[in-house]
Every structure is written in C-alpha cells, then in structure tokens.
Design a protein around this ligand. Structure first.
Ligand code: ADP
Ligand code: MG
Length: 497
C-alpha cells in the first residue's frame, strides 16, 4: 500500500499532454499554429541560406465527410532536407538543425512535430512530405507519424523519383482538426500579411477556404487567394553561427560543454569555446578561480567548475558579437511598409547592436502615416484601435522576424508606444484622429518571452531603452514631416484667400 508506481514520459508524450505550451490549445489556434510552424520552417530554409523565398500555403477541406478536417500544405524553394534525415526531422521531437548560436525563427526542434502530433491525434492521418536538396538528383517522399511512447518516427511509405528539373525545396502536408471561423481566417491572414511586410523579398501565396459566415464546408468550396509578390531582390544579412558569449551561459551549460570538450587544457577550452576570451582573459578567469591553466577540463570536479563559473561572471568582457543576428534593415522595412500599407509617409531605423545578460540584440522600428494606410490596416490592428481614444497606434510587433499577434497589451513594446505613455499628441503633434502604424522588431539569440506561449516580450530594461530610443527618433521625423506639411497647407490656404 501507499506505494506509487513510476515511469518516465518521452518528450513526445510530454508535449502531447501539454499541447498548449506549443500553441495548440484549441482547434482554431492549432490551425493558426500549424500554418505558422511550416511557414517559419520554409523561411528558415530559404532566406537564411541566401535563397529568395517562394512560399505557397494552402488550407483546404479535403475530406467532405469531416468538415472540421483541414489539410495544410506548405511548399517552399528552400534547401530541402537530406532523405536520411527526413524521418527524424519530422518524427522525433527535439530533433533540429537549429541548436546553434544564431538567429533563426525555429530553435526548439518542436514546431513541425507538434503540428504532426496534433494531426495524428485529432484525425489519425499521417504527415506527408516531398523534399529535394539542390545536390540530390531525386525527390523523396515520406508518409510518417510520431511514435509518441518511443519518440521516434513510424514510416508508412517512402519513395523516390528521378528529378528532371533543378527544383529544390520541400512540400509539407498535414491534416488536422481545425475550426474555420472569422477569427481563424483573420489570424492566419494577418500572420501572412505581417510576414509579407517584413519580407518584401519573398513571394508568398495563401490559399484558404472562403469564409462565408457558415461553419460547414461542402465538396466544392470556394477559396480565397491572397498573393504577396516579391518587390525587391535584396535579402537581409544572414546570421553567422558564432560561439556563445561567456556571460550568456549558465552553470549547467558550462558543465555540459566541459563534459563534451575535446580540449586538452582548461585554458584552451575557454579560448576555443567562447567568444571574447583570449589568452589573457582565460588566464585572468583561471587565476580568480584558483585553477591551473593546464588542467584537463574533464578532470575538474563540481566545486572547481562552480568556482570557474563564478569567476567567469565576475570579470569584464567585450559585449557579445552581433554576427549571429539577422536584422531586417531600414531599407527593407520601408519597402515592406510602403508596399503593403501604401502610406504617405514612411521611415525606419535599425539601432546599433546591444546586449543583455550576454545575449546580443538589435531593435529596429518603422513608422507609417497617412495615405491609404487606414484602408490597408489588418483586422487585428483595427481591433486594437477600437479600444484606444486617439491618436491611434497600430502596433506591429516582431521577434526574430516572427509576427506576434497575441497578448499585445502584456508586451514590453506596447508599454513603450501606447498613447497613454508615449506622448504622440503633445510632444509629437499628432491629431487625435490620426492613425500611425508603428513596427518594432527585436532580433536576438535569446528573445525574452514572457510566458510559454511566446507571444509577448518581457520587460528587460536594456531592450526597453532601445525600443524607446528607436520609436522616439521615428516620431520626431514624423513630427517634422507633419509640421512642414501643415505649414505648407496654411500657406496655400492664405494664398487662396
Ligand atoms: P525547428 O524549426 O525548431 O528546428 P521543426 O520541428 O520545425 O523544429 O523542424 C525540424 C528540422 O527539420 C529543422 O531544424 C530543419 O532542419 C528541418 N526542416 C523543417 N522544415 C523544413 C523545410 N521546409 N526545409 C528544410 N528543412 C526543414
Ligand atoms: Mg520549426
């Protein structure tokens, strides 16, 4: 009696039981999240590797007896996935090519697998994928699902075709239970629209069921097609993989990298595994820790590793290198805002790299005003404006190029730009009826998200300062434009009389 039985959960089983953590909390949200995960993979597979992205997203009801079954397919022209890797990349949770020190959209080895898991538990249908790398002369096909208990792929079918063209890329296809209502449609289309704004170098097509107020779909449903055409061939500077900054690691990471190290001496280990540690710095750290320079790292005991860790945290380092970051850049932000919103005034700023706790970050911002802007606002921005008293701020938030759509009011960025705290009216001369679009992008190797939902940014003082400085600068430029315009209009008015 009174004896509990114990067993271990596999990572798949854990995420299966805690789907909300990864954004799969309801059928509607799951559909949105599925699109998001596959689109992010497609963009990572293209722009990070210098390829101008072509992405086609299609959402359809293929099974007429199950109107709540949605097939989501996303096609890209990316680098593709080597055929021997495909089963693990999509059938093994926490399997990823992105566990590196550089900025990508995905980084948890979870996204696609969560969509696949969600599909198999709600519809029982396996995941399908076609992929080819540019080096391969074949296109590979797999039909697979995740073995939840074992956390490994179950392959049902596989095949390969000779490739007659130079095509490379991936088509990923999953069928999940979803819910097609106005909210689902709005969130998915706003997600794509806001992605298009910061990726004017991408060709993105979204095909989805037309929403006509009805829930049920039938066999011959009409679709709605939205296209965002590429307007520039300029790509953002890709992220470069670098070594971590010594201040960005914790004790566990230090222990892990020591246990994996191949360096003969601890001094060598410090110099080879971290940025900003040269010979002098390594010696300084080891002296403080009381560890001999030529000790074998593998022979250090826990006490010594702790002393080493403390010593690392006590010395000064040059700030982390911004090389692993990939900001969008002022030019692309302006092009994107202009193209999608058609405003009369647009400007953008990319701030210099800064850091918090050993993690580099860059804040960028854009501003748009007037012209056709108010007609082109998306549904989520419209909703946000409804709760404001004016001047109205339509905020577009991004973290590592991912649009953040949920939890706006809880976000650090909103706490800076909201009209109660940022004096748009008096300091920056906006009329109470004016609408301004403010775009803020935070790029970092570690985005400080508030919760597990990864939808809002936590209050980090260093980041807050940068957001404030960026938006203030743009607001000043807008004020200059508005004041000039008003003067000109007044002059014209007098001239007329
Ligand atoms: P994450 O994106 O966090 O790494 P995912 O489960 O979304 O995790 O994807 C797993 C891996 O599969 C990625 O790291 C990537 O290497 C590969 N992958 C997924 N989708 C694509 C794609 N469209 N093109 C190329 N590689 C992909
Ligand atoms: Mg991913």
């Amino acid at each position: 009696e009174n004896v509990e039985s114990f067993r271990q959960l596999s990572p798949s089983e854990f995420f299966y039981r805690n789907k909300e953590i990864a954004g799969f909390s309801s059928p509607s949200r799951a559909l949105y999240q599925t699109v998001r995960e596959f689109v992010e993979n497609s963009l990572d597979a293209t722009e990070v590797h210098g390829i101008l992205p072509n992405v086609v997203i299609s959402i359809s009801r293929e099974d007429s007896s199950n109107p709540n079954y949605f097939t989501v397919s996303v096609e890209d022209n990316g680098i593709g996935i080597p055929s021997n890797i495909i089963p693990d990349a999509f059938g093994r949770i926490l399997y990823s090519s992105k566990y590196k020190f550089r900025q990508t959209r995905g980084m948890y080895g979870l996204g696609a697998k969560m969509a696949i898991l969600y599909g198999q538990i709600t519809t029982g249908k396996p995941f399908e994928i076609y992929s080819s790398t540019s080096r391969s002369n074949k296109i590979f096909y797999y039909k697979l699902s995740v073995d939840i208990r074992k956390n490994e792929p179950i392959v049902f079918e596989e095949g390969a075709w000779e490739k007659k063209t130079s095509w490379h890329g991936t088509i990923a296809k999953v069928t999940i239970e979803g819910d097609w209502n106005k909210r689902t449609r709005d969130y998915i289309s706003v997600y794509v629209k806001r992605t298009a704004i910061i990726a004017p170098y991408a060709d993105i097509t979204l095909i989805m069921p037309k929403f006509n107020g009805e829930q049920e779909g039938n066999g011959e449903e009409e679709s709605e097609i939205v296209c965002y055409k590429r307007v520039t061939d300029k790509l953002p500077v890709p992220p470069k993989e670098t070594k971590p900054h010594p201040l960005g690691i914790d004790l566990e990471m230090l222990k892990m990298s020591i246990s994996e190290s191949k360096n003969k001496t601890i001094k060598d280990f410090l110099m080879k595994n971290f940025q900003r540690i040269g010979e002098k710095k390594a010696e300084e750290i080891l002296k403080i820790a009381g560890i001999d320079f030529d000790r074998n790292p593998k022979n250090l005991n826990d006490k010594e590793i702790e002393a080493l860790y403390k010593s690392i945290k006590s010395v000064d380092f040059i700030s982390p290198s911004p090389d692993p970051l990939s900001p969008i850049g002022e030019e692309l932000i302006k092009i994107g805002l202009k193209q999608v919103l058609n405003p009369e005034f647009v400007d953008a700023i990319t701030r210099k790299p800064k850091s918090y706790g050993g993690h580099p970050f860059i804040v960028e911002a854009g501003i748009a005003y007037g012209g056709k802007l108010s007609e082109n606002l998306d549904e989520i921005a419209r909703d946000s404006i409804k709760g404001q008293s004016g001047p109205f701020i339509a905020l577009l938030r991004y973290a590592n190029k991912i649009p953040l759509l949920y939890d706006e009011k809880a976000d650090l960025i909103w706490s800076v730009v909201n009209p109660d705290d940022f004096n748009w009216k008096n300091t920056y001369k906006l009329d109470p009826s004016d609408i301004v679009v403010v775009l803020v992008h935070i790029a970092s190797t570690k985005v400080p998200y508030k919760g597990v939902g990864k939808e809002s940014i936590a209050q980090v003082e260093e980041i807050r300062k940068e957001v404030e400085a960026a938006v203030q600068e743009l607001a000043r430029r807008l004020r200059k434009y508005i004041v000039k315009k008003r003067k000109r209009e007044e002059a014209e008015e007098k001239f007329r009389i």
